[in-house]
Design a binder for this molecule. Structure first.
Ligand SMILES: [Zn+2]
Length: 437
């Protein structure tokens, strides 16, 4: 454990020192290419990459992979010859017993909480864990000499998080599978300095705080695991009276964190990002990520399903690529047939804006496309407002937006109730009919 902590400190200092030396885009590029060359030597231990790494191929020559391929080739991609079925079994057993420390020979095994149905498994070595902790300390939590308490809401505990416990940080884990009221009571008792939770949970806590049902005063609030929508960010900032920080991370790595301005930046000092544009304007892209440090289960040119809108410049001055918005996954693009009979894609961003512009009184919404001709909406509005009036405005705004895409005759229906299932990820805008398209 002592060695582990020394390692964290070492990586922490290394990260900070290196980051400060990267000032221009060109320096970042050179740094990434240097790291990739070094990284490539380790890839000879992965049968999937053996040939390319021996040839010292450029990173652009490596195949682009996705989650399905990453899992299918699990045995060939990991460098320790760990069998996929065994890893899944170890991780599932741990999840069922809620014993959160599954390991195979010192390698942490985790399950990804992907919504797409196909189970993902990831492997992390102690070194990689230490690096991850160092990254989180540097980019998210910040190192202070005063002891701080951290309240952490998550679906499954993991050694990954436990390892951050130290003389400077005391973690309390809140299992999202426990009743919310119970968690709330404990949260108030704890009086943590730092609150970490998915946005759906932060929103629920903020509501309780606003209604004076709970008295907490965290000095830092961090949103994780789900996409934080701009209007939710605004609401949380009002209630907690501070910038809300975000972590963009998935099983494929720690990808981005917010700067002091509250804007997400990719960790380009160890993640190489290629952009696969999906629109003509070159505004939206799927990131293709290469983790330049992870060797147990290398992540090389892995295409994510997330849709990113890039922010061209951030006031903080960081040279790392900034993110305007994470738009969710490509499954969540709404699809309709326009008047000319063509299939049209409507990005979540358009739906979101129409709803927000629809009326100020909306405090919560959810939109689900049910069929090619039907959308279902759920709205919550401020107490003093007339619900049917707000619904009318939203309907109008959505129709107006769809008309711009030459789409008409879409049925917009409102539902009375909506409840997030326990442990379910909050998705504001989703498409449940795309499989039939
Ligand atoms: Zn910034």
């Amino acid at each position: 454990m002592v060695i582990f902590k020394i390692r964290i400190l070492y990586y922490y200092l290394l990260l900070r020192w290196k980051r400060k030396r990267l000032v221009t885009a060109q320096q970042i590029k050179q740094h990434q290419i240097r790291l990739f060359r070094k990284h490539q030597k380790q890839l000879t231990n992965a049968p999937f990459y053996k040939q390319l790494s021996q040839q010292k191929a450029a990173y652009e020559d490596y195949p682009i992979i996705n989650k399905a391929l990453f899992m299918k080739e699990f045995n060939q991609i990991n460098t320790l010859n760990i069998d996929c079925d065994k890893a899944i079994k170890v991780a599932v057993d741990a999840e069922v017993s809620r014993d959160f420390s599954p390991q195979i020979n010192n390698i942490t095994v985790g399950l990804s909480s992907g919504t797409s149905g196909n189970k993902g498994v990831f492997l992390v070595s102690p070194k990689e864990r230490a690096r991850w902790v160092a990254g989180i300390l540097d980019r998210v939590i910040g190192l202070k000499l005063k002891k701080r308490k951290v309240a952490f809401f998550l679906r499954a505990n993991s050694r990954l998080y436990e390892s951050v416990n130290s003389i400077l940080l005391a973690f309390t884990f809140f299992d999202l599978m426990n009743p919310f009221e119970e968690n709330l009571k404990l949260l108030e008792k704890e009086q943590a300095d730092i609150l970490v939770a998915p946005p759906s949970v932060l929103l629920a806590i903020a509501k309780e705080k606003q209604n004076k049902q709970i008295n907490i005063l965290p000095t830092k609030v961090i949103s994780v695991a789900e996409v934080l929508e701009p209007q939710d960010k605004l609401y949380l900032e009002q209630v907690f009276k501070q910038t809300i920080h975000q972590v963009y991370q998935c099983t494929e790595g720690f990808l981005a964190a917010t700067c002091e301005k509250g804007v997400l930046h990719f960790n380009e000092d160890f993640i190489l990002i290629e952009k696969k544009y999906i629109d003509k304007e070159k505004r939206r892209f799927h990131p293709i990520i290469t983790d330049l440090l992870r060797t147990t289960q290398p992540v090389i040119r892995y295409e994510l399903d997330d849709i990113i809108i890039e922010k061209k410049q951030c006031a903080c001055g960081s040279p790392f690529m900034a993110i305007e918005q994470i738009e969710g996954r490509s499954d969540d693009i709404l699809k309709f047939i326009n008047k000319e009979g063509k299939l049209v894609q409507v990005y979540a961003d358009f739906v979101r804006r129409s709803i927000i512009m629809g009326d100020d009184a909306i405090t919560f919404y959810k939109v689900v496309q049910k069929s090619l001709t039907k959308i279902e909406c759920y709205l919550e509005v401020d107490n003093n407002n007339n619900v049917s009036l707000v619904r009318g405005k939203v309907k109008q705004a959505l129709q107006k937006m769809l008309n711009k895409f030459n789409i008409s005759a879409i049925e917009i229906e409102f539902t009375e109730a909506y409840k997030l299932k326990k442990g379910e990820k909050l998705k504001r805008i989703s498409n449940e009919c795309q499989k039939s398209v």
